[in-house]
Design a protein around this ligand. Sequence first.
Ligand code: UT7
Length: 333
Amino acid sequence: MLSQTNKNIGIVGLGSYVPEKILSNTDLERMVDTSDQWIKTRTGIEQRRITDVHTFTSDIASKAALDALEDADMKPEEIELIIVATVTPDMFTPSTACMVQHKIGAVNATAFDVNAACSGFVYALTIANQFITTGYYKNALVIGAETLSKVIDWKDRNTCVLFGDGAGAAILMPTENNFGILATHMGADGSLGKHLTIPSLDIHQYEIENEPQYNPRTIRMDGSEVFKFAVKIMAESTIKVLEKIGRSIDDVNVIIPHQANLRIVDGAAKRLKFDKKKIFTNLQKYGNMSSASIPVALYEAAKEGFIQQGDLVVLVGFGGGLTWGSAVLRWFK
Ligand code: UT7
């Protein structure tokens, strides 16, 4: 039976997993016409993690999930809902969330995937927040996980230097009043979707006939279009979510942005007139992990003490779709 909770929903456990194998900028210099200096100055990225051929998104998502369960001191059977945000599912069906459910033994959980690219974690967090607020489920395991290395064209220097693999997980449940998720904001503009794509099977045939210069089923991106969009939407989405709770950027203690490019983060900070030192970044180590970027960054920011109890924290992302999303939380864990 539904019994709407009047409590805020908070994050009670965080988990993270990145593959062991490191691919450095110097390694990439041997693969395409690029340089460590170009990658560092144009993006801030120094290295990224890459899965082996036998490891898929559900594997790394399950590792992050188990880490989050341990952090929350919960057993897999207690979880009622699993949402995996990913654009690199192991299969079209079953969903990655169902595979995670089986792998971790969360036998009582409903499970499904969400595709909103790099905004996916914020989308999944918002969905889980709604389910728990209405009393439909008592808790949720929300995961952002990607094995982007499997959809990269390793001959395309425009994209292959940018992305990496990883997974982050959060467990949500009702928390203290006025703490946890205070508001979320999401949006999409499908007319801009062409700027960032991973073509599917049907288009695969089209490509072979019409665009033989591309490897099929790999990421294509008009980087500068996405860049312009990203700087603008990160600032706008941050303001919009703060407006929902009657707050301004001056009230924010920490921003955890999607980790695509340091120049995008700097551009958004400038628009927001927000101190860059209060923005957490780890893209230097991992590159852009799409839906995993925000939860892995949140995990590290919390563990490193970058976020303190009571801080007002904004999560903000943008990505394929094109999509965007933000969440504002009063940190309590
Ligand atoms: O998660 C959401 C998805 N993606 C993003 O958020 C990415 C958004 N975009 C970006 O981060 C940037 O646009 C990039 C990092 C992708 C590119 O940086 P840019 O400053 O916008 O460079 P550009 O695309 O304007 O390219 C400048 C030059 C070009 O050469 P020409 O045409 O001027 O001779 C590129 O061919 O840099 C060249 N270039 C490279 N050179 C060395 C592009 N990639 C590389 C590379 N190494 N890896």
